[in-house]
Design a protein around this ligand. Structure first.
Ligand code: HEC
Ligand code: HEC
Length: 319
C-alpha cells in the first residue's frame, strides 16, 4: 500500500503536485468482501455495504426501514463500486480522517455526521439519528474498507483525480455538446436518468432536476464534479488510467450539468453552507467571499486568478 499524502490539507496545489509525481506508486485497493469477518462487526459491515449499494430501498422516500432520503439515488451512484473504486470517490482513507473540521458546517464532524451530510445534500433528505443501526452500519463498512490505512493519512487512488484549470471560464456550450455526445444516452436528454424497472432506484442516476442532488452538494461544484467525471464517465468507457474526456471537456460538461440558470435542482431551505467566507472552496459560488471575484467566476472560472489571489493574501485555497 502506498501512503500518499499525509493529513487532510486543503491546499489543492499540493495535492496536484503529489498526484503528478506518481509514476512509481501502486494504486490502493480495498479489502476483499470475502474476508468480511463472521462476527457481530462483520454483520454490520455487510449491512452497511448493502445500505450503500441499495440506499433508497432501505431509507429512501418509500424505504422499508425509514424515509430519510428525499430522492432515490444510492450512495453507490457517486461512491462507485460501493466506495472501493480508485479515484471513484472511494472510502479508502475516510475512516481515519474523522472527526474533521468541515467548512460547510463550520464545526468538527464525526464520520457519522459526515454520512448524514450526504443524506442531507446529495440525497436532499434528513440525517439519520446518531447511533441508529443504519448509520452505525455504514460507518462500520467505511471503517472496514480502510483496514491497514494509517489514521489521518491518504493513499494513492483516494478520492478523485486532479484536473488542470483552463485559462478561460468553463464553456457551457461545449459542455452541452459533450453531454449530447457522451452522456445523454444514459442520463437522458433532460438529465433525468433511467429508473430500475421496479422504480426502487436508478440504472442511470439523474444529473439535474427535482430528483437529483441538491444545491450545496459537492457534486454541484464544477471542479469537484469534473474530477469525478474525468476518471469515471462515460461509465464503462472511461477509467482513471484512460480517461476519455480531456480536462477541458470534463470541466465544460460539469459546468453544463451544474449551471442552475438552465438546470434547476432542489434547494435546501434553512441551511447555511460555508458560513465563514475564509473556508469556502474556490468553486463554491455563493458570496460573500474573502476575495473580489464574482459568484459567476467562482462557479465557472477562470479559477487560477482566484487561487493566486488567495495565496497572495494568505487566504486558504480550499477545494
Ligand atoms: C451525488 C453524489 C453523492 C451521493 C449520492 C453521495 N455522496 Fe457522499 N460524497 C460525495 C462527494 C462529491 C463527496 C466529497 C468527496 C471529496 O471531497 O473528495 C462525498 C463525501 C462523502 C464522505 C466523506 C469522504 C471523505 O473521505 O472525507 C462520506 C463519508 C460520504 N460521502 C458518504 C456517503 C454516503 C454514506 C452516501 C449515501 C447515504 C453518500 N455519501 C451519497 C458525493 C455523493
Ligand atoms: C453507459 C452509461 C453512462 C454514460 C454514457 C454516462 N454515465 Fe454517468 N453514470 C452512469 C452510471 C451507471 C452511474 C452510477 C454508477 C453506479 O451506480 O454504479 C453514473 C453516475 C454519474 C454521476 C454521479 C451520480 C449523479 O447522478 O450525479 C455523474 C455526475 C455522471 N454520471 C456524469 C456523467 C457525465 C458527465 C457523462 C458524460 C461525459 C456520463 N455520466 C456518461 C452511467 C453513464
Amino acid at each position: 500500500m502506498a501512503v500518499w499524502l499525509a493529513g487532510c490539507t486543503a491546499d489543492i496545489s499540493k495535492q496536484k503536485e503529489a498526484q503528478k509525481d506518481t509514476a512509481n506508486l501502486q494504486v490502493h485497493t480495498a479489502p476483499d468482501t470475502a474476508d468480511i469477518p463472521h462476527n457481530e462487526f462483520g454483520e454490520m459491515v455487510r449491512y452497511g455495504r448493502e445500505l450503500i449499494i441499495n440506499t433508497p430501498y432501505y431509507i429512501g422516500p418509500d424505504g422499508s426501514v425509514s424515509k430519510n432520503l428525499n430522492n432515490k439515488m444510492s450512495c453507490n451512484n457517486c461512491h462507485l463500486d460501493a466506495g472501493t473504486r480508485p479515484f471513484g470517490l472511494n472510502f479508502f482513507s475516510t475512516h481515519g480522517r474523522y472527526p474533521q473540521y468541515r467548512g460547510r458546517e463550520n464545526r468538527i464532524l464525526t464520520l457519522e455526521e459526515r454520512i448524514n451530510n450526504c443524506i442531507e445534500r446529495p440525497h436532499n433528505g434528513v440525517g439519520l439519528p446518531l447511533g441508529s443501526k443504519e448509520l452505525v452500519a455504514m460507518a462500520c463498512y467505511i471503517k472496514w474498507i480502510s483496514a491497514g490505512v494509517p489514521a489521518g493519512e491518504r493513499v494513492y487512488g483516494d478520492g478523485a483525480v486532479e484536473v488542470d484549470y483552463p485559462a478561460d471560464q468553463a464553456n457551457v456550450e461545449n459542455g452541452e455538446r459533450i453531454y449530447a455526445l457522451h452522456c445523454s444516452e444514459c442520463h437522458g436528454a433532460e438529465g433525468q436518468g433511467v429508473w430500475k424497472p421496479d422504480s426502487t432506484g436508478y440504472v442511470y442516476p439523474p444529473l439535474w432536476g427535482d430528483h437529483s442532488y441538491a444545491a450545496g452538494s459537492s457534486m454541484n461544484r464544477v471542479l469537484k464534479a469534473a474530477r469525478f467525471i474525468k476518471a469515471n464517465m462515460p461509465h464503462l468507457k472511461s477509467t482513471w488510467e484512460r480517461p476519455l474526456l480531456s480536462d477541458q471537456d470534463a470541466i465544460d460538461v460539469a459546468a453544463f450539468i451544474n449551471d442552475d440558470r438552465i438546470h434547476p435542482r432542489p434547494q435546501k431551505r434553512n441551511v447555511t453552507n460555508y458560513p465563514v467566507a475564509k473556508y469556502k472552496p474556490i468553486d463554491y459560488d455563493r458570496g460573500p467571499f474573502m476575495d473580489t471575484f464574482s459568484e459567476q467566476q467562482h462557479k465557472f472560472g477562470p479559477y487560477q486568478p482566484i487561487i493566486d489571489y488567495h495565496r497572495e493574501n494568505g487566504i486558504p485555497v480550499i477545494f
